[in-house]
Design a protein around this ligand. Sequence first.
Ligand SMILES: NC(=O)c1ccc[n+]([C@@H]2O[C@H](COP(=O)([O-])OP(=O)(O)OC[C@H]3O[C@@H](n4cnc5c(N)ncnc54)[C@H](OP(=O)(O)O)[C@@H]3O)[C@@H](O)[C@H]2O)c1
Length: 242
Amino acid sequence: MNTDRTDRPPAAKKVCVIGASGKLGRHMVRHALERGHEVVGVCRPKSVPKLAEFEGRITVMPGATDDRAVIEEAVRGCDAVLTVLVPWGTHHYATNTARAVLDFAPPKARLVFSCGWHISRDGKDVYTRKAKIQEAVLGRLAKLLRVVDLDDQIEACRRVFDSDTDWTVVRGSDLKEGESQGLPVWARHVGDPVLDSNLTHRVDYALFMVEAVENDALIREAPAIVGRLTPSALAHAEDRGR
Ligand SMILES: NC(=O)c1ccc[n+]([C@@H]2O[C@H](COP(=O)([O-])OP(=O)(O)OC[C@H]3O[C@@H](n4cnc5c(N)ncnc54)[C@H](OP(=O)(O)O)[C@@H]3O)[C@@H](O)[C@H]2O)c1
């Protein structure tokens, strides 16, 4: 699947999707291709077959997303890097992925990272009691089983927030599959009533990530998103003009 294209339309960009074979990653690849972007996808070697539908249309670089040599090569010459931040295992996978992207992406590249509402940039997010308990219990259990380390994603995002790159950290609500409802609406802080419905279709999460590349108003923002046709978005989005 190595098609290093040089024939992309003038407005199109070279975009690297890190974690391209996952559910969010594949939606992002589709959106990016629809916009005429040239796409480089990084995914674990065993997951390359999950990208078969894009055969001949993207360049695939097999490798772990925390492999610095793979990331260095994958992001070379890219205008944008879309990174699925996942805190798998207990060896700082997300932090090392973020570090590699921050270290090797070209200086003016737009960097867009995914994570969940549990990440707080400034401590001003307001969480429900249920969310706090869920995070504490599930987070501790997952760490104990050495499956997932939420603190790793927190550390990864802290490094992004502290960097002087053109980053956006897109904080996803609960997700589900389903038809697109259009671009999600967002708020600067969890706890904003526009987010109350806490649900976004994954295809639209990916849309927000890809559209963020073109939206300079989102540079150094950590938008918390929700589906635009959810009850809370319909009730409150107009107040904010989003
Ligand atoms: N799930 C939710 O409800 C939810 C809610 C809010 C935010 N988010 C955020 O959305 C993003 C995507 O999450 P998702 O849940 O929707 O999953 P996803 O898109 O399917 O992505 C999972 C990613 O993790 C990789 N992965 C799986 N097992 C791994 C392992 N053992 N070691 C290394 N990498 C592994 C997958 O790669 P392979 O293809 O190689 O398996 C894939 O790239 C994440 O940043 C997450 O924080 C998710």
